[in-house]
Design a protein around this ligand. Structure first.
Ligand code: AMP
Length: 321
């Protein structure tokens, strides 16, 4: 199969199998650890090396729909990204499936299950989000920003930064995981605004923006940072409308003065000012480290072009003191 092109939507195993297409029989399954959009995640052990791994099963719908496009994108991105704070995709393995290699035009359509093999991580950040010490918080935030800065300089948006997608291992080592919604981006691109889990979704996406950039991920980081301090979610909205109201109550109401161009966003006309309309985000953080609050304040700026970048955040006073 080497050197051959797979038809659109199909997985070219020759291209993606990182260490030859080993089968899943090379692993001893230990337990189910999670449920992803495209299938289950298992803890397993490599029978040959004894190494622990996380196996993400990609359920193929009998080959009818081809390979999920989103998973293809995730594999392509993860193959390119190489950073200590980004989860490592070690290889792709397959389970023997019926009816492949029978000749004909769908020769490339693999009919068994396919697994993404990741380095194993102990747990996710959600577990420690509400009971971490200030020094742990600083270390997690630094690693999150380092990983995200690496994504952004490589023109990749993660688009689903939240506690469940940040994995922890070996004490306090943090890695960004689940690139299922990630995508490469260009400044003049137009993308769907239906991304990022509601509580961590920035106002520009909630207002229908389709031309957006790195700042969408930074908003999510600001929400997580605030959640670390408050020990509860900052903006736990139940609907998109309620999410916007909660944001405006703390960050003020957007207008052409504080966010030029906001009134042209598709959903701007559907929103109504809340009282008070002035920004009062800092008020709820009065008893916290002033450098931490200063950084949160710069991450949660309504106007995405004014929001701090991952690179600038890393040189903020919070990380120096
Ligand atoms: P995902 O589809 O990537 O969001 O994975 C679903 C869940 O499986 C996550 O929330 C984690 O609890 C778990 N999980 C995913 N990847 C790993 C990994 N590399 N190590 C340990 N657990 C993982």
């Amino acid at each position: 199969m080497a050197g051959e092109e797979a038809p659109p939507g199909a997985l070219n195993l020759a291209e993606y199998a990182l260490a030859g297409a080993r089968t899943v029989d090379c692993f001893r399954r230990i337990r189910k650890i999670g449920e992803g959009t495209y299938g289950e995640v298992f803890e397993a052990m490599d029978i040959i090396t004894g190494e622990r791994a996380a196996l993400k099963k990609i359920k193929l719908d009998d080959g009818k729909e081809g390979f999920p496009r989103q998973i293809l994108r995730e594999i392509k991105l993860l193959k390119k990204l190489d950073h200590e704070n980004i989860i490592r995709l070690k290889e792709i393995v397959v389970s023997p499936g019926p009816a492949h290699g029978t000749g004909g035009s769908d020769d490339h359509m693999y009919r068994g299950d396919i697994y993404m093999v990741f380095e194993y991580m102990d747990h996710d950040l959600k577990k420690v989000l509400h009971h971490s010490t200030p020094s742990q918080v600083k270390f997690y935030m630094k690693q999150l920003l380092e990983g995200l800065h690496y994504c952004h300089v490589n023109n990749v948006l993660h688009r689903d930064i939240k506690g469940a997608n940040l994995l922890i291992s070996g004490g306090n080592l943090l890695k960004i995981a689940d690139f299922g919604l990630a995508r490469p981006f260009t400044r003049d691109g137009s993308f769907t605004n239906h991304v990022i889990t509601l509580w961590y979704r920035p106002p520009e996406l909630l207002l229908g923006a389709t031309n957006y950039a790195e700042a969408v991920d930074i908003w999510s980081v600001g929400c997580i940072f605030a959640e670390f301090l408050l020990r509860k979610p900052l903006f736990p909205g139940r609907t998109e409308q309620e999410q916007l109201s909660k944001i405006f109550e703390l960050c003020g109401f957007p207008n052409e003065e504080n966010w030029p161009g906001v009134s042209k966003l598709p959903l701007y006309k559907t929103i109504h000012p809340v009282t008070p309309t002035k920004r009062r985000l800092r008020d709820i953080f009065q008893n916290f480290d002033c450098h931490a609050v200063e950084l949160i304040d710069r991450m949660l700026i309504l106007n995405p072009t004014q929001r701090i970048s991952a690179q600038d955040a890393l040189s903020a006073a919070y990380f120096i003191h």
